[in-house]
Write a protein that binds this ligand. Sequence first.
Ligand code: SF4
Ligand code: SF4
Length: 88
Amino acid sequence: MAYVIGKACVDVMDGACVDVCPVDCIYSKPGDNQLFINPEECIDCAACEPVCPENAIFEEDDVPDDQKEFVKINEEYDYDDSEPGHNV
Ligand code: SF4
Ligand code: SF4
């Protein structure tokens, strides 16, 4: 299980979540249109969820039905080609 960044982050990307993540598992690279949570590194601490001004972050089971594709989008992002942090 992991937290997931959904569609409200798209084109916002202010990076508030990055500042509170204790394990640096939120990634981005220049050119991205949102940030991504690496599900293999997320420890489910929930720290990021309340600080997101767009309410874009959900625990995996709570992702709204119309945003379920974001579970896969966060899962399949190329983390090897990106870096932890707010790099957009
Ligand atoms: S739930 Fe915790 S570990 Fe997972 S992305 Fe959010 S702040 Fe980071
Ligand atoms: S705090 Fe929310 S809107 Fe800002 S970068 Fe993180 S997920 Fe995106």
